[in-house]
Design a protein around this ligand. Structure first.
Ligand code: SAH
Ligand code: SF4
Ligand code: F3S
Length: 439
């Protein structure tokens, strides 16, 4: 068996793609290794959301190129994901030791592409058109965990002015419900306890597949599968959360009360510049509806600090939004201009690096505060936890797992409980997790 190592950067969609890549390669005599120095084939699955993530990919592949030159000239190097989709042929000009460049749309061609590089060819397969054939006849090699990622839609038609995703992942397209249900059943048969449905805008699932095909109905179908397991979905676009979706989450006991709904900014003016299709008030209304519908729900978000033209006042509106909407946790980032996007052209409105970094620090502090406050809400409550891992600490076994609302809980218990659902009474809240006792 030859050995393949894959480094995965970016979002869950990339993680899921990497599992598919490993699955395909296992049919061609490649076994996964977690040690890059042992590998015959090194692949980096890249993310282009910010310059920082792209730079990480370039520096990693630089190191691998050196290995190839100094140690093993037969080493094969592959470069895929969102930076590959963006840079295409430019990559092999800049890094001539890369054997294979392939875009997210070309995943299903991998078996053929690998044959070609094994024969000594340099290959760049990045197609412009969004792919149709997302189904491969090969197994998926899922990471060892309790959660199975299942992509249900890919791509994005929203074109927020800062975002590269519509350029790297193409137009929105949804998978047939039958295929998703089949994949979920298989994962559950293999012992997975959680299914997470993935999509850049998961709540607009079903476009082009007929009126009945919606995320709400898909949840209802998946909920009918027998056995004890959980269902999650990410990421939601605020105004695509329909009343029927909220209703379905309520009806389906397997679907968790957890919503990730990026807001991006608390300022309606800036949201407009970002080409987000909602105001601060509309975002608040959706969040309010969800909070009213579910008792222990958590709502998390993403925010960008220092978007072009952001005033101090507008930035403060972001801080106050976190308070007002009681957001339980937020991913934060400093604005990074991306080639091809609209906002990248507004150079005269760019915020200087220092101000941007200061705002990011303030935003992170606010998030820390909000997260602690959110965790404190659960002290005294009993939550159902899926036990995921353990750690030995001071002679005790401390288990870690997640509640339905995605909160991470620590508590003492036997490691035999890994993979089980247990009830934990929450007694303590820290910034990033809650702690309690088994009931
Ligand atoms: N589809 C999701 C977001 C996917 S991208 C949505 O619509 O909300 C993940 C996150 O990266 C975004 O929510 C945004 O906060 C951040 N992001 C995207 N482009 C960025 C950029 N150019 N600079 C900084 N952060 C960015
Ligand atoms: Fe990017 Fe906006 Fe699409 Fe989200 S909705 S992936 S932020 S363009
Ligand atoms: Fe990054 Fe592509 Fe995901 S840009 S965030 S890996 S869709």
């Amino acid at each position: 068996m030859k050995k393949v190592y894959i480094e995965t950067l970016g979002c869950q969609m990339n993680k899921s793609d990497s599992e598919r890549i490993l699955g395909m390669l296992s049919h061609f005599g490649y076994e996964e290794t977690t040690e890059p120095k042992e590998a015959d084939f090194l692949i980096i699955n890249t993310c282009s959301i910010r310059q920082l993530s792209a730079d990480k990919a370039y520096s990693c592949v630089g190191v691998w190129g050196k290995w190839k030159k100094e140690r093993n000239e037969n080493l094969k190097i592959g470069f895929c994901g969102c930076v590959a989709q963006q840079d295409k042929e430019k990559l092999q000009k800049r890094f001539p030791y890369i054997d294979l460049v392939f875009g997210p749309s070309n995943l299903y061609m991998l078996p053929e592409l690998v044959k070609r590089i094994e024969a000594g060819e340099k290959v760049c397969a990045v197609s412009e058109r969004p792919f149709e054939a997302d189904e491969s006849q090969f197994e998926i090699k899922r990471a060892k965990s309790l959660n199975a990622w299942i992509p249900i839609m890919e791509g994005c038609d929203n074109f927020c002015t800062y975002c590269i995703v519509p350029f790297t992942r193409g137009r929105e397209r949804s998978r047939e419900p039958e295929k998703i249900i089949l994949e979920a059943k298989k994962a559950l048969e293999n012992g997975f306890k959680e299914i997470t449905l993935l999509g850049q805008n998961v709540d607009s699932y079903g476009k082009g597949l007929g009126e009945e095909v919606t995320l709400a109905n898909l949840l209802r179908e998946l909920n009918k599968i027998g056995g004890k397991f959980r269902i999650r979905f990410v990421t939601s676009y605020p105004t695509d959360i329909s009343d029927d979706l909220i209703k379905a989450v309520g009806e389906c006991e397997k679907v968790c009360e957890y919503f990730h709904i990026p807001m991006q900014s608390g300022s309606t003016t800036l949201l407009k510049d970002m080409n987000r299709r909602y105001t601060r008030e509309e975002y608040g209304k959706i969040v309010g509806k969800i909070r009213k519908a579910f008792e222990n729900v958590t709502i998390t978000s993403d925010f960008i600090a220092g978007f072009p033209g952001e005033t101090e006042e507008q930035f403060n509106e972001t801080l106050s939004a976190i308070d007002e909407f009681e957001l339980d946790y937020s991913n934060t980032a400093a604005y990074s201009p991306r080639e091809k996007t609209k906002a990248a052209r507004w150079v005269d409105k760019f915020i200087d690096e220092e101000t941007k970094m200061n705002r990011l620090a303030v935003l992170n502090e606010k998030n820390r505060e909000a997260c602690l406050k959110s965790n404190q809400k659960f002290v005294g409550k009993t939550l159902e936890i899926l036990v995921e891992s353990f750690e030995e600490r001071g002679g005790k076994t401390i288990l870690a797992g997640r509640a339905r609302n995605n909160k991470i809980a620590h508590f003492e218990g036997s490691k035999d409980l890994i993979g089980e659902f247990v009830n934990v009474k929450i007694t303590k809240a820290s910034t990033w997790h809650i702690a309690g006792e088994l009931v």
